[in-house]
Design a protein around this ligand. Structure first.
Ligand SMILES: [Zn+2]
Length: 207
């Protein structure tokens, strides 16, 4: 790295904080930005500013939205209110949507239970999930949630979260299922193709 160019060093330092970006990649990205055209750098600057100012959490499912009220999926009147798919993060919604087999509603946990990382159930959107199920059941104009599908990774944290949620939700007389078939043990949903995920949803198992 060229020393004594503090602004470039600062850029490389910040880029190096991105997940999956090591020092060499950070350096390459830093030089790429430096050599890029002004329009690209301006567009990048604008995107960075807008993701922080325009995007917020949907108050019902805790996904991301630019809407001032509910997100696209919560506001859509055509979706099935009786079936709820629980995902770890908003990107899980995109993956389940791409499978094309699910037409219900979503709930984003914003993580999974991970004692090693100090993430306990209270750090996740589990209480809002319980409240959502209770609220929907008590609403005479709406339909109550009959099934909750847990679309979580098949790893230790995913399994721990499935066990915790299935115990909580069973008491609420809600059918709890987990996507299973086709998702390899230790499988990360990020790497499961949409057809496999579609089958995994269709062949979900009771937990
Ligand atoms: Zn929503």
């Amino acid at each position: 790295m060229i020393a004594h160019v503090p602004s470039l060093e600062a850029l490389i330092h910040e880029l190096g904080k991105l997940p999956g970006v090591g020092p060499k990649t950070a350096q390459r990205l830093g030089y790429f930005i430096l050599k890029s055209k002004e329009e690209y750098v301006n567009a990048l600057r604008q995107c960075l500013a807008e993701v922080k100012t325009r995007i917020h959490e949907c108050p019902l499912c805790y996904s991301y939205t630019e809407s001032t009220a509910l997100c696209h999926f919560c506001a859509d009147p055509k979706r099935d209110d009786e079936i709820l798919c629980v995902v770890e993060d908003p990107s899980g919604i995109t993956r389940v949507e791409n499978s094309g087999v699910f037409k219900g509603r979503y709930h984003v946990l914003q993580g999974v239970i991970s004692p090693l990382d100090g993430i306990s159930p209270k750090d996740l959107k589990i209480q809002p999930l319980i409240e959502r199920i209770e609220q929907q059941r008590g609403d005479p104009s709406g339909k109550s949630i009959k099934e909750v599908i847990l679309a979580l990774d098949a790893d230790l944290e995913g399994d721990t979260t499935v066990l915790y949620l299935s115990q909580m939700l069973r008491r609420m007389e809600v059918a709890v299922t987990r996507i299973a078939h086709g998702v390899p043990l230790g499988g990360d949903l990020d790497y499961v193709d949409f057809r496999t995920l579609g089958r995994a949803i269709e062949n979900r198992i009771q937990v």
